[in-house]
Ligand binder design. Sequence first.
Ligand SMILES: CC(C)[C@H](C(=O)O)[C@@H](O)C(=O)O
Ligand code: SF4
Length: 418
Amino acid sequence: MGLTMIQKILAKAAGTSSPEPGEIVEARIDTAMIHDATGAPVVAAFREIGRSRVWDPDRVLILFDHSIPAPTESAAWLQKILREFATEQGIQNLDIKAGVCHQVMPEEGWVYPGAVVVGTDSHTCTHGAFGAFGTGIGSTEMAAVFVTGKLWFRVPESIKIIVDGSFPRGVFAKDLILYLCGKLTAEGASYKSIEFAGPAVEKMSISERMTLCNMAIEMGAKAGMIEPNEVVLEFVRSRARHPFEVIKADPDAYYSETVAVDVSDLEPQVACPTQVDNVKPLREVAGLLINQAFLGSCTNGRLDDLHAAAKVLEGRKVHPHVRLLVVPASAQVYRRAMEDGTLRILSEAGAVICNPGCGPCFGGHQGLMAEGERCIASSNRNFKGRMGKGSEVYLASPASVAAAAVVGQIVDPREFFA
Ligand SMILES: CC(C)[C@H](C(=O)O)[C@@H](O)C(=O)O
Ligand code: SF4
């Protein structure tokens, strides 16, 4: 029996030949990332272990993204702890302004095919878009990684999702992943690795691949992975911090489940409060009034997402009862959107453009809601009270977010793409 992508990556990182699903392996870590929201407990756990030095300061990355610039004194305090830790440990890779960790890591070459990437953030699964094994870990696990450079994993089984067809106008990768969350449910892939494949995925841009892998965790998956194509390889070749090897699944690999989808007749989707798998065709909730629209996050805060929104918003105005918050996922995205005129279009339409980071996605700052208010968001979670106690979040594509911002209610975005 052949091996899946995750089996092969773990085999290489652990120096074993063919680990079976369920087996425990100890893998070498290529990149270890902590951020401002979860970094301080890692430092505390590291101190408790009693070692003085991290195993390799050049493989440790500290990013400030959740609450930047610090909106509270306690956020500033957590960041101070990390700055001091970086200085003490000789960690050069600390960035306070680059943007959302999962966007910045590939941009800066921390993610490449075959790499084992861990972060104290659940959406570290995004990095499967580059053929890496990325996964979120806890703070004490990260402290152990800081000491040893290794971590044990139970080798996951894999689910294969084969995507065929071409997206209709106004329907995007985000609609596909929302549809899949609804179909597989929030526990449907618990501790499994999801491999996305098929002709529609092969054609996808880096950004679309990231959107898919980003939400693997919303189905409970340990990882989401896609075999890199030439576009991905071209991107990583000029950036990768270490030599890498492209790892593909064997043709006769074992999958616990195979799901086939054709996107040709997919329609815009929305995940209704308060679970990511509470997914409906968007038309079923069309007409719901919204107070806020959020375009950003590690799911959909990239240049093509801003472009999709700009296409809807060009020459139009954000509805007077709505605040549209645009938070580019990274400083690079921000600059490109500035250079190509996208930010001007969004600003002229009435959007509030914030500095790169997580912003309102997790209810941190830059746009919380009052009780009874409703937001349509391009992010990945709509849990109870996430963006403010008693408020509601509907998850959708950037196009659906922009369309709702114009009309003041949830509306089918396809009419803007006719
Ligand atoms: C704050 C952090 C631990 C959290 C996560 O791990 O996902 C956040 O990024 C989120 O999206 O809810
Ligand atoms: S953008 Fe949102 S989902 Fe992504 S890491 Fe930040 S808070 Fe988490």
